[in-house]
Design a protein. Structure first.
Length: 632
């Protein structure tokens, strides 16, 4: 009886939904929806990917770009040791280092590690001044007796100001008045006296040092040439003395800080929190309510030991979380409240308190500029990857969870991670580091067994050839600054030229985009395969193309000598060299018969590196059969 040959079953693999990259698994274990190697491909709509838009240089400055802050509609740019308002220089110099700042009350408050600055518009001129030059003047004591006894404390000393005020209830014949502090500096002491007016009311007189009184600066005593006399209004202070002493040493707690954030909740006002001074790295300090020019010497917290510093802040509902550095860095969660207390005279006094709610243990933060909120999740960079502060699914208790397991092997191997820059743009958390940009997609989450202690992972992408030193979002667009003083903006991707990187004085550079499939091993990895047909579904454009490759036995081969052309007619994107009269603007299917021997596995690459060409991949499919056991 004649033998009958059985045709191998035709197997089909179709991928209609593309996700992100997976750099953590072996290429043969990656899901067909993901890529083990992708460059400059980003999610367009959930389920498809496209080439990132290019960027264009908008301005250039002397010195590295250290930051950009939106003060109303004005962009305040820090480049080198200068500030610029919408490109116009602001008089004065700041530190030539990365700065951090917050905008509040029509002013930018800026830290550069050496001074605490304020930037504001005054009479149509942008002004740069140290905050200490217009800091709040506190009245630290009231109703004191001339000898310094009695009275009550009213406000705390301001770290940003050398000056303070005290008020006295004058006694008959008393000419010597004792201040709270000695060791006064050379700033003239001033006195305001409330005295009786001719019409039966009161009037204010300003007395001058050396004319109306003398000062013993060592002891802090003021001696009047003529005793002021009793107050014209019974029970009300009539002598107000303003004096100064050098507080530059204590002021370094604020001026040498390099991290700040605004925080407040209804009923407590908005406060500026600062930290990072080298001698107080485990302390943070906060301003008075709605006044960043007033930092009480008592308004600070000590968070753990001084082995590691506070790196940054995250918002957790109505609480503020402070992240510390180190392998075992803790997150301190605190909530503000206003308590009513009584002063020494029994009068009610509202006091702001800032109590620690709990401490979240986990990995320490690595980069001061990696903190950003994606959706409602605070994200930050650690030595183990990008983590989130979130609530446990089981207990509801706040904890740290990994969110970047798909890219962690590459991300965690990057040098100088402390320089990472984060921004949230559209639905992406972006982290720029060493010319790359790591992207976490807030619209696509995956539930992975590779990170069992985390409830989910974000789909991730890797973009390259982006020399970003600083990142920011302005007018809804993503901007970055470079180390050589260039300011660049990513295009919107509305035209063909939007897919080329353009820097002044440099040749326009095409965006090189790659999407690779995993290693295709079939249903039985040890059998030979005959790969028969490959198809790809491409997003059409007035001008786009696709170069396809196959990897067999570790060597890449082009599937055909020339690229596939995928085009349709469009007046807005018309290029005569690439003119096409097709009006079909739907996704285009491309197919190619395969001749690649009988390997046990293959991998495919879809590539576009042409200037002025968008490129979008909607899906791919493969037909193959399996035969005998693979032999080498």
């Amino acid at each position: 009886m004649a033998a009958t040959s059985v045709m191998p079953a035709l197997r089909k693999l179709g991928v209609n939904r593309l996700l992100g990259v997976d750099l953590a698994a072996d290429a043969s274990a990656v899901s067909p929806q993901r890529s083990p190697h992708s460059v400059n491909m980003l999610r367009s709509v959930p389920g498809s990917v496209h080439k990132r838009p290019g960027f264009v240089q908008k301005a250039t400055y002397d010195g590295s770009i250290h930051g950009c802050y939106m003060l109303g509609d004005t962009a305040i740019l820090h480049a080198g040791n200068k500030l610029y308002a919408d490109g116009e220089p602001i008089e004065g110099t700041v530190g030539d280092v990365h700065s951090r700042g917050c905008c509040f009350g029509g002013r930018l408050y800026l830290l550069d590690g050496r001074e605490f600055w304020q930037v504001f518009l005054q009479e149509d001129t942008w002004t740069l001044l140290p905050v200490s030059e217009s800091a709040y003047l506190p009245r630290i004591a009231i109703s004191k007796n001339p000898d310094g006894s009695g009275g009550a404390g009213l406000e705390d000393v301001n770290l940003l100001s050398n000056a303070w005020c005290e008020s006295f209830y004058a006694a008959p014949g008393a000419a010597v008045y004792q201040l709270e502090f000695g060791g006064l500096d050379e700033t003239p002491v001033t006195v305001r006296q409330i005295c009786a007016a001719a019409d039966g009311g009161t009037q204010e007189k300003t007395l001058t040092e050396g004319v109306d009184f003398t000062v013993d600066r060592a002891t802090g005593t003021v001696t009047f040439l003529n005793a002021p006399g009793v107050s014209p209004v019974e029970g009300e202070d009539n002598i107000f003395i303003t004096a100064s002493r050098d507080r530059s040493e204590a002021r370094r707690r604020i001026t040498q800080a390099d991290v700040c954030t605004l925080y407040g909740k209804p009923g407590t006002g908005m406060r500026l929190f600062v930290t990072g001074a080298p001698e107080w790295k485990n302390r943070d300090f906060w301003s008075a309510a709605d006044d960043p020019t007033y930092f009480s010497e008592l308004a600070y917290s000590v968070l753990g030991t001084d082995d590691e510093r506070i790196m940054g802040y995250s918002m957790l509902g109505d609480s503020l979380a402070a992240h510390k550095s180190g392998a075992d860095g803790a997150v301190w969660v605190r909530t503000p409240s206003v308590e009513e207390q009584s002063d020494a005279m029994g009068n009610p006094r509202q006091v702001f308190t800032f109590r620690s709610g709990n401490v979240i243990t986990g990995y320490g933060a690595l980069a001061k500029d990696s903190f950003a909120v994606l959706g409602d999740e605070p994200l930050f960079l650690t030595a183990q990857g990008i983590f989130a502060l979130t609530a446990s699914d089981l207990t509801g208790v706040r904890c740290q969870q990994r969110r970047s397991s798909y890219i962690d092997p590459q991300l965690c191997a990057e040098p100088n991670p402390e320089k990472a820059q984060a921004a949230v743009w559209r639905d992406f958390y972006l982290l720029a580091l060493n010319g790359r940009m790591y992207c976490l997609d807030g619209l696509q989450k995956a539930y992975s067994t590779a990170a069992p202690k985390s409830s989910y992972q974000y789909e991730c992408y890797v973009l390259e050839d982006i020399p970003a030193e600083r990142l920011w979002v302005q007018g809804g667009q993503l901007w970055f600054g470079t180390a050589d003083g260039r300011v660049c903006m990513f295009t919107q991707g509305n035209s063909l030229t939007d897919y080329t990187d353009r820097l002044d004085g440099c040749e326009p550079r095409p965006v090189h985009a790659i999407w690779e499939t995993p290693d295709i091993v079939g249903s039985t990895f040890y059998r030979e395969k005959r790969f028969r047909y490959l198809a790809a579904r491409i997003l059409p454009s007035a001008a786009t193309s696709l170069m396809a490759w196959v990897r067999v036995e570790g060597v890449w081969h082009p599937l055909r000598a020339e690229a596939f052309q995928v085009r349709h007619f469009s007046f807005s994107g018309m290029t005569f060299s690439k003119l096409c009269f097709s009006c079909d603007a739907a996704g285009k299917t491309l197919g190619q018969r395969l001749r690649c021997g009988r390997p046990d596995k293959v991998r495919f690459r879809f590539e576009n590196s042409q200037a002025n060409e968008p490129f979008g991949l909607l899906g791919w499919a493969l037909e193959y059969t399996e035969g005998r056991r693979h032999r080498r």
